[in-house]
Ligand binder design. Structure first.
Ligand SMILES: Cc1cc2nc3c(=O)[nH]c(=O)nc-3n(C[C@H](O)[C@H](O)[C@H](O)COP(=O)(O)OP(=O)(O)OC[C@H]3O[C@@H](n4cnc5c(N)ncnc54)[C@H](O)[C@@H]3O)c2cc1C
Length: 440
């Protein structure tokens, strides 16, 4: 904003809407409030929106980080009634109608919480410290550096056992993230490791996908789960069902039954929990880490505070325990809230939310995917094309779409994952030294 644009923004006579979080929900909301009789302020701890469904491709060297991210400033630049501040919201003071951030406090008339979710380690501090996770671009880049460093380290291992230790990857959680990551790593073994690390026997790289259930993609149809399992096994992924991971010290995975397994890398994709903020505890659903909202996405008992997306729990129709924590639910809720705020501004009544389930999809390596839409199911190449089209269209910004299309075309025609520079080496938590800083 130029100083003139800022002066005009500050002078707007409209109610102040503060939106916390520019993920799928927050971004959709601010876009739809452009030109509305509201003064909108977007706060996010990052300066960019992240397209999380393609994070695993950044982690596995298929896409560059900037092709799935979009700077907020570019989005809000043409919107006179919308401003952005990079700030981490620390708490909310609902009585005073203010949010507290690491850069001071901001007042609101209407507050919208769209803070999303974070990895859920279910209280296991050791797993939280040692496991890798995939919720942000930084974490995706860590995974990428880690597996490339492991490949290089394997070349220095003294014996076969040492090489196997470097090349043993465990992914916990057989949901879409775990399945997609496992498939992509299996593809890397078949292409990068086999062709470019000729001194290594690629069979020494083992990928384990561990789940406490008895099937992968448990929220998909049984047909989709069966197809996904067959694709994974065909690609040489070891799938371990009925196994609950209880510990990981950086080298050894421990299971609930007491058994153990060596693994140099463990990626935790076994659950998420909502990102809630201090000050609004009364509106939280116990244990769920989500805000209990009504059909208008309003927090129960907290005036003029709304929650959207992963952090909102709305009991509606068959979704008694809340909607699935997916992008489509976040976007649909944001669209209706924008519509409702506009109706309210004109003195109209708000409309209640009803979720339209548009189906689920996951891809497993090259040319294979599973898609469920209602009772319809597709697998294989057709599903993969559908998966590519939907993800391409959902990306924010034409530049990103073109960049991803070009990267995929190159990758699928040349069989090469090219983005493999170790620029920011990943240092495992267990290997990090705690440096005592002398006082005074
Ligand atoms: C690896 C992965 C793959 C996925 N694949 C799919 C898929 O294929 N299809 C699908 O539909 N869904 C998928 N999802 C789920 C989907 O990404 C989420 O449901 C969706 O992002 C939720 O949107 P949201 O707006 O609620 O939160 P998010 O998109 O997570 O956005 C939250 C925003 O809030 C910001 N924020 C959080 N806390 C603070 C704070 N204290 N202060 C300031 N800013 C804050 C964050 O920086 C972020 O920008 C996937 C998720 C992951 C992690």
């Amino acid at each position: 904003m130029t100083s003139e644009a800022k002066r005009r923004y500050d002078a707007l006579p409209h109610p102040q809407v503060v939106v916390v979080g520019g993920g799928f929900a927050g971004l959709e909301l601010i876009k739809r409030l452009e030109g509305a009789p509201y003064k909108v302020l977007l706060l996010d701890k990052h300066n960019h929106h992240c397209f999380q469904p393609l994070l695993y491709q950044v982690a596995t060297a298929s896409l560059s980080a900037d092709s799935i991210a979009h700077p907020f400033r570019r989005t809000v630049a043409p919107m006179p009634n919308v401003a952005f501040r990079m700030a981490r919201v620390l708490s909310v003071k609902p009585q005073e109608k203010r949010v507290v951030t690491d850069h001071g406090e901001f007042a609101y008339d209407i507050l919208v919480l769209a803070t999303g979710s974070t990895t859920n380690f279910f209280g296991n501090a050791q797993l939280e410290r040692e496991a890798m996770q995939l919720k942000s671009i930084g974490q995706a880049l860590d995974i990428r550096s880690d597996f490339l460093q492991d490949f290089e380290a394997a070349l220095y291992a003294q014996d076969e056992a040492g090489q196997r230790r470097c090349l043993n990857f465990t992914i916990v959680g057989g949901g879409p993230t775990g399945v997609e990551l496992a498939g992509a790593l299996a593809e890397i073994r078949r292409t990068v490791l086999k062709r470019e690390y000729r001194e290594l026997d690629s069979d020494r790289m083992q990928i384990w996908l561990v789940d406490s259930n008895d099937r992968v993609l448990k929220n998909f149809s049984e047909q989709a789960s069966a197809h996904a399992l067959a694709y994974l096994q065909d690609m040489g992924v070891n799938v371990k069902f009925g196994a609950r991971v209880t510990g990981y010290d950086g080298d050894v995975v421990t299971f609930q039954d007491g058994s153990t397994m060596d693994s140099n890398t463990l990626i935790w994709a076994a659950g998420v929990k909502g990102v809630t903020l201090p000050g609004l505890e009364a509106a939280e659903v116990p244990k769920a880490n989500r805000y209990h909202v009504d059909r208008f996405n309003q927090l129960q008992g907290v005036p003029e505070v709304f929650a959207l997306g992963d952090v909102a729990l709305m009991a509606e129709g068959k979704w008694e325990r809340g909607h699935p924590q997916v992008a489509t639910a976040a976007i649909q809720q944001a669209r209706l809230l924008a519509d409702n705020l506009n109706r309210r501004a004109k003195g109209g009544a708000m409309r209640p939310f009803t979720y339209t389930d548009k189906g689920s999809m996951a891809t497993i390596g090259r040319y294979k995917a599973v898609v469920d839409v209602g009772r319809l199911h597709w697998g294989g190449f057709v599903a993969w094309l559908l998966w590519m089209f939907v993800h391409l269209m959902a990306l924010v910004g034409y530049r990103n779409r073109l960049q991803v299309l070009a990267a995929w075309a190159w990758k699928y025609l040349s069989w090469k994952n090219t983005i493999r520079l170790i620029i920011r080496p990943y240092i495992r938590r267990s290997a990090q030294q705690v440096v005592e800083v002398p006082q005074g």
